[in-house]
Design a protein around this ligand. Structure first.
Ligand SMILES: Nc1ncnc2c1ncn2[C@@H]1O[C@H](COP(=O)(O)OP(=O)(O)O)[C@@H](O)[C@H]1O
Ligand SMILES: [Mg+2]
Length: 317
């Protein structure tokens, strides 16, 4: 059984007259213990997808269609109170920007155990010990010192470790990590992802790893969803996708995997690959500018299974 199942999700911003569809008919699932990567360039709809799962969309956005099942519970039908019980406890999120996610005026030790207090999983006496254990688990070798520090006293990588400690404190079944290491340098990035990977392996936690970096996908994901303009344009297990990428957008993303020693290039290759007229940000492809070959892969209403477990969105012509 799938732990999470997103079916035909559509999300729009703005009023009905002036609507911008950010997510268009997105379906995917995550099994227990599985790492699913959601990859796409900035503006493709990754964060909106993840915020929808936990009912955290901004006020001007709304779910227009679809269902989201978590352990067979329909999250979109749950009263907010019930959703709050799941949020942070069973499904937790790690965001890219630790400085926004952490409260600058609360000591780290107290902060990482707030979820345990909120969900009443532990009495106050046990909290300190648990906070020290969590800090040790995420790699701090001076947990008592860090316990009493404020986030501003920590480096970027250390803050991200604290966020992970917070995210795992209630032993969630699913962690949604939205570009968790984008702000960090490559070495620290690897340490943080290795830490998360180790944790999820030993606990069979599922992970939705949101990224724009195919290098990370290759190393950490079991399965990949490629998102463009609010739609999933290709999905497969990681080996299949790397062996046989089909959609030009996927190929473009792969070609732009940054080499460690080179400065990070912008993803120009993708633009070249799909001849975009309107750029990214949820806009449509411009099929009239496509070559005949490219048209075959242009976004359509249907994902087609081209080999077992490998789906590609084709263009209806
Ligand atoms: N609060 C908002 N109001 C209007 N449009 C939004 C809002 N948040 C996101 N969007 C739009 O939705 C699209 C998807 O955004 P997002 O999911 O944040 O992209 P990603 O995480 O892949 O970079 C973008 O075009 C973005 O401009
Ligand atoms: Mg985002």
């Amino acid at each position: 059984m799938n732990l999470l199942e997103v079916q035909n999700l559509s999300v729009a911003f703005g009023s009905e007259e002036d609507e911008f569809v950010a997510i268009d008919d997105v379906s995917f699932s995550i099994a227990k213990g599985e790492t699913v990567a959601l990859i796409g360039e900035s503006g493709s709809g990754k964060s909106v997808t993840s915020l929808s799962i936990l009912g955290l969309l901004p006020a001007n956005g709304g779910i227009r269609n679809g269902r989201i099942f978590y352990n067979d519970k329909d999250l979109l039908a749950l009263p907010d109170k019930e959703l709050q019980k799941i949020r942070g406890k069973e499904i937790s999120m790690i965001f890219q920007d630790a400085s926004v996610s952490l409260n600058p005026s609360m000591k780290v030790g107290k902060q990482i155990t707030e979820g345990l207090v909120y969900h009443r999983l532990m009495n106050r006496k046990e909290l300190r010990r648990e906070a020290l254990r969590l800090l040790t688990e995420v790699g701090f070798n001076n947990p008592t010192e860090v316990f009493d520090q404020y986030p501003g006293q920590l480096s970027g990588g250390m803050k991200q470790r604290a966020l992970i400690a917070m995210a795992i404190s209630c032993k969630p079944q699913l962690i949604i990590a939205d570009e968790p290491t984008t702000a960090l340098d490559v070495t620290i990035q690897k340490q943080i992802l290795d830490l998360m990977n180790e944790y999820k392996k030993t606990t069979a936690t599922s992970l939705l790893l949101i990224t724009h970096d195919f290098g990370l996908v290759a190393e950490y994901a079991d399965r990949v969803l490629v998102m463009f303009g609010g739609k999933i344009v290709e999905s497969a297990d990681v080996f299949t996708l790397f062996k046989n990428p089909i959609h030009p957008y996927t190929k473009g993303l792969m070609e732009s995997i940054p080499k460690i020693e080179e400065p990070k290039e912008h993803l120009q290759t993708i633009r070249d690959a799909v001849s975009l007229q309107h750029g990214f940000g949820g806009r449509k492809f411009a099929p009239e500018t496509f070559s005949a070959d490219e048209k075959v892969y242009h976004s359509s209403s249907t994902l087609i299974e081209v080999e077992p477990g490998h789906h590609v969105r084709f263009f209806d012509i």
